[in-house]
Design a protein around this ligand. Structure first.
Ligand code: MBD
Ligand code: FE
Length: 263
């Protein structure tokens, strides 16, 4: 970022906060409470969480205003690069006793002309099936890269991966972000979701999430990330037993700036 850009954005940010202080007559008690709150957000490690849930949706909307890809949404605070690269038949790394119902996620990765993107990479991460869901490499007690993995689309752009149905996620009540949600009377729950980063050379990386039809918390997502066409049905693999579920989604990547592809 250039110093001119920094100046432009920081000046506007400070000006907008000054307007709030003036318009709402924010006093010293409140100013000091804000300072203490932000110190706690920092020391608890919740800066990425707080910014993701309050502001990232708007960054997503600004960034993708003219996008021709399939629907994007926020990355959130818990992406970790370097997840294991899986080989077909792909199964996300999991504990031997991993809770949650089996789930097979399949679909395609194509460009905006419908051409299969052979070898496109899908980097997936999700919470466990325990309520509330927990993320490996973030919450203690889970193996490294549990329920995180990368896989590749085949020569027809198809992918398939076995995992478990994630549980809804609750922003912990004991931290500053959870306390703020409580004060605001807002639900701290996120609906169950799967995270994806889908990438291919020459294309703009697609960051998104998938949600499940009829699940709880879709209308009150604490992460403000739900978009209607990211909600997909879970269909039973077998009506007669507990074999688990299947879900399907077709990702579309748009050319990166300078790709030169006709679109
Ligand atoms: C999550 O799992 C998440 O995806 C977001 C956006 C915010 C908090 C927890
Ligand atoms: Fe998440």
């Amino acid at each position: 970022m250039s110093s001119e850009r920094t100046e432009e954005v920081v000046d506007a940010l400070v000006e907008s906060i000054r307007t709030v202080i003036t318009d709402h007559r924010v006093d010293y008690d409140e100013f000091h409470a804000a300072v203490r709150f932000l110190v706690r957000v920092g020391s608890s490690g919740e800066i990425p969480l707080l910014l993701a849930v309050f502001l990232e949706r708007t960054v997503d909307e600004v960034t993708h205003a003219a996008s021709t890809s399939s629907t994007t949404t926020i990355e959130g605070p818990f992406y970790v690069p370097g997840a294991p690269l899986l080989k077909a038949p792909c199964k996300l790394p999991r504990r031997v006793d991993e809770s949650g119902e089996p789930l097979i996620v399949s679909g395609t990765v194509r460009d905006t002309n419908g051409q299969a993107l052979t070898g496109a990479e899908l980097d997936m991460w999700q919470a466990t099936g325990d309520i509330p869901g927990q993320y490996s490499n973030v919450h203690p007690g889970l193996p490294e890269f549990n329920l995180r993995g990368r896989l590749r689309a085949d020569e027809r752009g198809r992918f398939e991966v076995e995992t478990v149905v994630p549980a809804p996620y609750e922003i912990r009540r004991s931290g500053p972000t959870g306390e703020l949600f409580e004060l605001l009377g807002k639900s701290a729950w996120r609906p169950a979701h799967l995270h994806f980063k889908v990438s291919h050379p020459g294309y703009r990386t697609l960051t998104t999430q998938l949600f499940f039809t009829g699940h709880e918390h879709l209308e009150t997502d604490a992460g403000n990330a739900v978009k209607e066409d990211l909600i997909i049905p879970l269909t039973k693999l077998n009506e007669d037993n507990n074999a688990g579920f299947r879900a399907s989604y077709d990702f579309v990547l748009e050319p990166a700036a300078g790709n030169g592809a006709i679109h």
